[in-house]
Design a protein around this ligand. Structure first.
Ligand code: SF4
Ligand code: SF4
Length: 373
């Protein structure tokens, strides 16, 4: 496993294990398989495991904690995140949540602790209002957390503001891939954090797996190109090329995916892509843009919907109709009966939670109309 300097903190494996898309069976995480995967990753020199309070409706931290028993905790760095919106209403909530997380993770310290999914609202209304940075520093002094960081979903200017507002950030985590160069923190945000010496962990390098399933118009571009790589390999290499990025997180859902990513990590290098490669990926991006009208990453931050709409599932099927054809995709809509777009009452409460700023309520009637046409 290749490693890179994570600031002056440690040498991190270029591939980190993201515990947000673990294998699921019967509506719950397949615990045995997930533990097997986490331990396999660590046995193959992955030394950064990333979870969060919300992942898998709270099951993720519990399972990561179990996976790190039997001596595995000492072999890896462990990261989790403080949930903000709706969960931290007073300063005491910080201590309550952190203690609960330590218990679930079966550890006395969390190496990397992040304020989760920071945006302009959570920054102003929760973090600054309750002075949570002071709580983070106290937790660090007490040895309960090792390093202070944040994960981010908002626009570029907000990212710069947050980076500049605090001089003790030790790392940050952003969504970045070749589709998102001008979205959220974007390439210029990544470069700005790098210029300040802040290591940037990248999440969603394959856009929630979406860049792995190439539609014909995209696959054709890859097929006609002289250098042969799989779609996933192109996406990962795009991120690994960046000097600001010590490690990328992949949310792997099967042992097969894990083994594939471990193979790709063997060849990770800075500046791996040529100018010609980048021009080819720009053509891929353009082709995808034509096929995916709704930029939903299926992060589920908008959920639950009070009317029972499975928002990301509806958008995923809707987008599929453009990528793979209406008839080929319509069947999926039947499977989410009871959670379909027509249940939307336009209450609007999901929209402020969407990091992609999607106009969800306005789109729902269009989704239903297309999928039932
Ligand atoms: S706007 Fe529609 S989809 Fe969003 S929470 Fe309200 S009912 Fe659900
Ligand atoms: S609609 Fe927005 S918040 Fe909901 S899953 Fe998609 S990207 Fe995430």
């Amino acid at each position: 496993m290749k490693t890179r300097k994570f600031g002056n903190i440690f040498d991190v494996s270029v591939l980190g294990f993201g515990a947000m898309r673990m294998p699921v069976s019967g509506g719950h995480v397949d615990e045995n398989e997930a533990i097997k995967m986490i331990r396999y990753a660590i046995d193959h020199s992955v030394n950064y495991i990333d979870t969060a309070y919300f992942y898998h409706n709270g099951e993720s931290e519990e399972i990561v904690g179990k996976a790190l028993l039997d001596g595995y905790r000492s072999k890896t760095m462990l990261a989790t995140k403080l949930p903000l919106m709706g969960n931290v209403k007073c300063r005491e909530d910080f201590d309550r949540l952190l203690e609960g997380q330590l218990k679930k993770l079966r550890t006395d310290h969390i190496d990397f602790y992040l304020l989760h999914s920071v945006n302009k609202n959570t920054w102003n209304d929760v973090i600054l209002k309750l002075n949570l940075l002071d709580k983070m520093e106290t937790a660090k002094k007490d040895g309960k957390i090792g390093h202070i960081g944040f994960s981010f979903h908002d626009d570029h200017d907000t990212f710069i503001k947050i980076i500049d507002a605090y001089d003790k950030w030790e790392f940050c985590q952003i969504q970045y891939n070749y589709m998102d160069t001008d979205n959220q923190a974007g390439t210029s945000g990544l470069e700005y954090a790098g210029s300040k010496g802040i290591p940037v962990i990248v999440m969603e390098p394959v856009l929630g797996g979406k860049l792995a399933n190439t539609p014909p118009s995209v696959q054709q571009i890859f097929d006609q190109y002289h250098t042969k790589r799989t779609a996933i390999e192109w996406a990962l290499n795009f991120v690994w090329s960046r000097r600001e990025v010590p490690m990328l997180l992949s949310g792997m859902s099967s042992m097969e995916q894990l083994k594939e990513n471990l193979r790709y990590a063997e060849n990770a290098q800075y500046n791996a892509l040529t100018d010609e490669d980048m021009a080819m990926l720009a053509r891929v991006k353009e082709a995808y843009g034509k096929l995916r009208p709704v930029p939903c990453t299926e992060c589920k931050y908008c959920m639950p919907c009070p009317s029972g709409v499975d928002i990301p599932a509806n958008f995923s099927i809707y987008n599929d109709t453009f990528a793979f054809g209406l008839e080929a995709s319509k069947g999926g809509y039947m499977w989410i009966r009871g959670q379909q777009a027509d249940l939307c009452t336009s209450c609007g409460q999901c929209e402020s939670k969407c990091p992609q700023k999607i106009g969800i309520s306005a789109l729902m009637p269009k989704v239903h109309e297309r999928l039932t046409s």
